[in-house]
Design a protein around this ligand. Structure first.
Ligand code: ADP
Length: 582
């Protein structure tokens, strides 16, 4: 920045200096045989040439520093944005405005911040030019400066108005353009291609993308037409003003016998002055415009977040109970509660199965339990202490969770497992143990580079694995994390019956020996766990061991019987299906 500022000041100073040198050159040339010799002409011409050389070198240096600055600023702002995104809570991501802001920040903030820096430099450069040429014109006719400034005020107002209008249009389109981008990336995602081909949805999606673009194209056509007309009138006015001033200087110069050198110098100065004022105005308008787009970045940075790392540290390695006290929960966009009056006690070392119909709130319960969402009312405590008194990060570190929509990291198998606890990434032996336990080791050994295999076909040397194998990897990741509490949301949804059976055999000891919460529709797990929690109509309607719940004429018994009947061996044979749980 310092280098750019110095170079800019020098570049600014070159303009008036060169104007004077050029006028001296013209004078020596015009009066060569009278007052000057050829030597003087060559001297002034050489000086002028020298100035151009210096100008050229400075321009190149300026470009070098500007490019470097652009890269540094990009890196700095990208890190700042990513840090901020990382510090946001899950609840922030339920708000569509955040996505508009992120989109605006990603598409505009980087280039706009560079542009603001460039504008500042440009204001400085034009300021120096202005001072120089104003100095020359003051000696001639100071009133010209005031007159010129006046003619540029409407241009400034029009520029600012156009910028504001364009920004409003940009904002109004953000969400629709985001949708179009989402559709476009949906069409190139490897996992989507097969369904798109079979359902032949492609043309419909293309139609939606192009109709949105067409609508905006028509709008833009009108806007561009109007802006072009305004700008053309502005340019014509500027040329007319220049013509009038030039004519005035020529007539006045001839009258006052100023000589060709001075007349040309004043004409050049007027031109430079007009250019500098014009540049200043465009730069001011651009800065105003850039600032409008930068607001998204400032809004993102100003977003109120409670620090995830402040508060007491907690390790749940030796906790006794986690209690939910009259917990209610509502998502910001929903009117009604997803969970109502939840009272629950989870004991260390016990295993739990959460069952309930789709949408009954099972996943929401574990998201709250693992500290991703806060209850709307009621509270959660560990050994009687409200979890709000612990730092969010230290509380969450105690959970390893396999969500239904777990991440497919586009990296190696090893990374996919070790991301469960990257601080322990050197512990490769434990990675092998975890993979052995979940049964993932078997397919990993068959991959081209075993644990070093790059996953996903989108990458060179990448290998695609099946949905069930991805799920095994996600479970292995949770095992590798080795947190005091393990939560698995439908861990076997994509596993084949044999793999499911092996999976439960493999984790039976873990289920019995540590705190473990499972969400599953497969009631075969029901006999493995200590307690079953049944959620119905957003509330816990039953809670107890398998035997206890089977003795009751309740919801669990009803659901279990229904599933058992469905998988009755006779039925399975009749329907020609096969199940290992029959
Ligand atoms: P389950 O795991 O029992 O199938 P969930 O806990 O995922 O159910 O969802 C419970 C209800 O909350 C559903 O009606 C679902 O539509 C709604 N829901 C889930 N996540 C969100 C969210 N992020 N924002 C708004 N509503 C949500």
């Amino acid at each position: 920045m310092t280098a750019i500022l110095i170079i800019t000041l020098l570049l600014g100073a070159i303009v008036p200096i060169n104007t004077i040198i050029w006028s001296r050159f013209l004078n020596t040339l015009a009066y060569i045989s009278k007052d000057y010799e050829l030597r003087d002409v060559i001297l002034w011409l050489a000086l002028n040439c020298g100035m151009w050389v210096i100008n050229g070198v400075l321009q190149k240096l300026n470009k070098f520093y500007k490019d470097m600055q652009c890269d540094y600023v990009n890196l700095y702002i990208t890190n700042m944005i990513l840090d901020r995104i990382d510090s946001l809570e899950v609840s922030h991501f339920d708000d569509p405005i955040l996505y508009d802001q992120l989109n605006k920040v990603n598409s505009e903030a980087l280039s706009r911040s560079i542009s603001i820096l460039n504008n500042l430099v440009s204001i400085l450069q034009n300021g120096v030019v202005l001072l120089g040429v104003i100095g020359i014109i003051i000696l001639y006719k100071p009133a010209i400066i005031g007159l010129l400034l006046l003619t540029f005020i409407p241009v400034l107002v029009i520029n600012i108005k156009i910028s504001s209008k364009l920004h409003n249009i940009y904002n109004s389109r953000l969400e629709n353009l985001r949708l179009v981008t989402a559709i476009k990336s949906l069409m190139i995602r490897y996992e989507n291609i097969k369904e798109l081909k079979i359902t032949r949805t492609g043309p419909e999606l293309i139609q939606r993308v192009s109709s949105t673009y067409n609508k905006y194209l028509t709008e833009d056509r009108g806007i561009r037409k109007r802006n072009t007309a305004i700008q053309a009138s502005g340019d014509s006015l500027e040329l007319l003003t220049k013509f009038c001033f030039t004519l005035y200087i020529i007539i006045d110069g001839i009258k006052r016998k100023l000589g060709v050198g001075l007349i040309v110098m004043y004409i050049n100065s007027i031109e430079n002055l007009m250019q500098a004022i014009g540049n200043m105005i465009v730069t001011f308008a651009n800065t105003y415009n850039d600032n409008l787009y930068m607001s998204a970045l400032f809004n993102l940075l100003d977003k109120e977040i409670t620090s995830s790392s402040s508060g007491n540290e907690v390790s749940l390695n030796d906790f006794r109970t986690i209690n939910l006290h009259h917990v209610y929960f509502k998502y910001p966009k929903l009117e009604s509660y997803v969970l109502e009056d939840i009272n629950l006690e989870l004991r260390a070392g016990q295993s739990y199965l959460v069952v309930g119909l789709n949408g009954s709130g099972k996943t929401t319960l574990i998201k709250m339990l693992s500290g991703l969402y806060e209850p709307s009312s009621g509270y959660i405590s560990v050994d009687g202490v409200d979890i709000k008194s612990y730092s969010k990060n230290s509380y969450r570190n105690n959970f390893s969770v396999v969500f239904q929509d777990f991440i497919h990291y586009p990296m190696s198998v090893e990374d996919n497992i070790k991301f469960g606890n990257y601080e322990d990434k050197a512990n490769t032996l434990r990675m092998y143990e975890a993979a052995q336990r979940t049964g993932a080791a078997e397919f990993i050994h068959k991959l081209p580079h075993s644990y070093q295999t790059q996953l996903q076909n989108e990458w060179s040397e990448g290998t695609e694995i099946s949905v069930g194998q991805w799920q095994k990897l996600a479970i292995t990741r949770a095992f590798f994390a080795d947190a005091p509490i393990t939560i698995m949301d439908e861990p076997t949804a994509s596993l084949d019956p044999v793999a499911e059976h092996e999976f439960y055999m493999g984790i039976e000891e873990m289920i019995r020996s540590r705190t473990c919460i499972l969400i599953s529709h497969r009631f075969t797990t029901a006999k493995l766990v200590d307690q079953i929690i049944v959620i119905d109509n957003h509330r816990i309607c039953e809670c107890g061991s398998f035997e206890e719940l089977m003795c009751k004429e309740g919801k669990f018994r009803e659901m279990f019987t229904l599933q058992a009947e469905k998988y009755n061996v006779g039925d399975v044979v009749n329907e020609g299906r096969l199940s290992v749980h029959g």
